[in-house]
Design a protein around this ligand. Structure first.
Ligand SMILES: C[S@@+](CC[C@H](N)C(=O)[O-])C[C@H]1O[C@@H](n2cnc3c(N)ncnc32)[C@H](O)[C@@H]1O
Length: 316
């Protein structure tokens, strides 16, 4: 059974120490061991048995506040293979993709396992999360991160090393795709999802966003997709100096969600008339596609483009 650690610190707990400058360190408590900072050592035994939110002082006299890390803290400081889903997006996925206790979720790719932790926490022990990861080195990192977070194997998690494969998977409530080309798996998502289920795609670039929405629409077994992004701007609040922070978590990615229609249902045509600009752009895109096809027929090479490169970077 997974037990979320609470109460006084105990051996085996993860602890996050924050110094007066806001610098953070993470350690796992072990009796008799010491944590060494450039401000002197700190005995783990000084923490074991103390309540969360305690202040401990290193041998050099620096005070540290001690808490168990939040999942948001853990996920951005975890060992990484692939880039992780940022907490602001993970929170949106759990909330707006409606991941509920007991849900059956399929995820790809697992990457470093950050989103897997959020999904597992939301579905709980009576749900299921099946995560596909095609790179075995990333799968190993994901497995270690998820085990470390939950203090052991999570009973609701199944990690599959390989390409996302819908074979034999049906009756799923949610499919969450964080990968370079989610449109390649839109049909697999529809095959796995039960009517009313939801697919959620997290993509890094505008071109990926357009292609994902386009394919979900064309496929015909999803209701109209919703697409959005979030920008998170912290505020500096100090007396009369109340202003936005100079730095913010700006672009991370876009989210797309769409609900699975019942088999045989054709979504009613959208009532919104596309703007003139959209029509012109669609005609232009159709023309460009025809021109590109002609180029390919002549045997020239397709260019990969910069956006593709950037998205690859996130994968790696
Ligand atoms: C950006 S990372 C996912 C990060 C992950 N959500 C996290 O929070 O740690 C994308 C991952 O998808 C994997 N991937 C891409 N296409 C895949 C596919 N068709 N099947 C399985 N994994 C895939 C890549 O190997 C990569 O590890």
């Amino acid at each position: 059974m997974i037990k979320h650690p609470r109460g006084p610190f105990a051996a085996g707990d993860q602890v996050q120490l924050t110094d007066p400058k806001g610098r953070q360190h993470r350690l796992v408590l072990a009796p008799g061991r010491s944590f060494h900072t450039h401000r002197g050592a700190l005995a783990h035994d000084d923490l074991i048995g103390r309540p969360e939110g305690s202040l401990v002082t290193s041998a050099g006299g620096t005070p540290y506040l001690a808490f168990r890390p939040l999942l948001a803290d853990y996920s951005i400081s975890m060992v990484r293979g692939a880039a992780v889903v940022y907490p602001k997006d993970a929170a949106q996925i759990v909330g707006l993709a409606d991941i509920f206790p007991g849900a059956r979720v399929v995820e790809a790719g697992a990457g470093s396992g950050a989103l897997s932790c959020w999904l597992l926490r939301a579905v709980g022990e009576h749900g299921s999360v099946t995560s596909f990861e095609r790179r075995s080195d990333f799968a190993e990192i994901a497995a270690a991160n998820v085990e470390q977070y939950f203090g052991g194997p999570h009973p609701a998690w199944r990690l599959m090393v390989g390409e996302l494969d819908a074979a034999g998977i049906t009756g799923v409530d949610r499919v969450v795709l964080d990968m370079l080309a989610p449109w390649d798996h839109a049909a697999a998502a529809a095959a796995m999802l039960m009517p009313g289920g939801l697919v959620c795609c997290y993509v890094a670039t505008v071109t990926q966003l357009a292609r994902t929405v386009g394919v979900l629409r064309e496929q015909g077994n999803f209701a109209e997709p919703a697409a959005w992004e979030t920008l998170q701007r912290g505020w500096h609040v100090d007396g009369l100096a109340v202003r936005p922070e100079h730095r913010m978590v700006g672009h991370t990615g876009f989210l797309v969600t769409a609900r699975r229609l019942a088999d045989g249902v054709v979504a009613p045509p959208r009532r919104r008339r596309p703007s003139k600009g959209a029509e012109a752009a669609a005609a232009e895109a159709a023309g460009a596609e025809a021109a590109a096809a002609a180029v390919l027929v002549r045997g020239e090479h397709e260019s990969s483009g910069r956006n593709g490169m950037e998205a690859e970077d996130r994968e790696g």
